[in-house]
Design a protein around this ligand. Structure first.
Ligand code: F2R
Ligand code: MG
Ligand code: MG
Ligand code: MG
Length: 307
């Protein structure tokens, strides 16, 4: 039977939240022991407590649901600022903290987002890590998805690579959500649809390296990409891991965490794409049962997917 859009939205947000929580234990670590990673995925630390990645993803999903799929940039920025102010210990990045504290104190997002990193703006993966809900809006073509991803990114990430990260990840989720479960995603076509809509030469080059990494050892992904908290270092790696294990979220999450570095975020982004492809039934019930605020995650997915 074909998967419903709601099942795909639920699968995406649930798996992203679970992977964020499981991966967060290893964030910043390199050279991880594969057995420790496998144990954390197969017998996760309970409860599954998620980080800034999921906190912002839920804010975005709830915003889209309230606005019937549109983005009000002032309201979205204010909601990100309020979520940070309510729970500043979710593991936000340093640039994000500086910027969100300003927004929470009343500085317009336009100046707060532009001021960070000496005026360069953030090229962190924060706009990408939260963007799955945009790829899950029903009835959107890929150009619409890319445009909405840019809008959602700009309230915090004005550097072109920070924006491209959000565009690439939103498109990956959307393409996966539109791929019939009976068809395996084809790496070349998947990547071409994304690079047609990203803007920077750096993203084009790194995304175009992904198809060559599908069949070899996972270590080649870690050699090709930095797997860090930057958009360029994390998003192509996440897409590569998904394309290696599209219908096996557990294997994908193990491999994503095993890369080391920004483990919560790479695992969450990989898992968000897997869930959009596989649907809710692919989420281990034992994870959902112990996931923090699981009912809120499900309601957020239903809010964007519609009836
Ligand atoms: N940052 C973390 N984890 C490490 C800190 C944990 C925290 N101290 C704690 O446990 O309490 N995790 C989360 O941040 C990443 C998402 O990052 P976001 O939201 O984009 O933040 P930021 O700070 O803007 O960017 C992240 C890093 O990217 C580099 N960077 C960004 N812009 C740059 C620029 N223009 N030039 C040079 N470098 C730039 C910096 O290294 C930033 O720190 C996710 O991993 C999430 O889980
Ligand atoms: Mg995090
Ligand atoms: Mg392009
Ligand atoms: Mg992270």
């Amino acid at each position: 039977a074909s998967l419903s859009w709601r099942s795909r939205a639920r699968g995406s947000l649930l798996l992203a939240a679970c992977a964020d929580a499981i991966g967060s234990v290893f964030e910043g670590h390199r050279g991880l022991d594969p057995e420790a990673v496998a144990a954390a995925v197969d017998r996760p630390k309970v409860p599954l407590q998620w980080t800034d990645d999921t906190a912002q993803m839920l804010v975005l999903a709830e915003h889209l649901a309230a606005q019937e799929g549109r983005i009000d940039m002032d309201a979205l920025a204010a909601a990100f600022g309020a979520a940070w102010a309510a729970e500043p210990s979710r593991g936000y990045g340093p640039g994000a903290v500086t910027m969100l504290a300003q927004i929470a104190a009343g500085t317009p997002w336009q100046s707060a987002a532009r001021a960070v990193f000496d005026g360069a703006g953030s090229l962190g993966n924060g706009a990408a890590m939260r963007v799955a809900p945009i790829g899950l809006l029903p009835g959107r073509n890929l150009d619409d998805v890319a445009a909405a991803a840019v809008t959602s990114a700009l309230v915090s990430h004005v550097h072109p690579e920070g924006i491209d990260g959000a565009v690439a990840q939103a498109l990956a989720v959307a393409i996966a959500a539109n791929t019939p479960g009976t068809e395996r995603p084809q790496a070349n076509e998947f990547i071409e649809q994304i690079t047609a809509r990203t803007a920077t030469a750096a993203f084009a080059a790194d995304l175009q390296a992904v198809p060559s990494l599908i069949d070899g050892p996972a270590s080649a992904i870690g050699e090709r990409f930095r797997c860090d908290a930057t958009a360029l270092g994390a998003v192509p790696a996440s897409i590569a891991v998904f394309l290696r294990h599209p219908d096996d979220p557990r294997a994908a999450i193990k491999e994503a965490i095993g890369l080391g570095g920004d483990t919560d975020t790479i695992a969450a982004m990989t898992a968000g794409i897997c869930g959009a492809y596989c649907g809710e039934d692919a989420v281990p019930a034992s994870w959902t049962a112990v996931l923090e605020q699981a009912a809120r995650v499900l309601a957020a997915a239903d809010g964007i997917a519609g009836p």
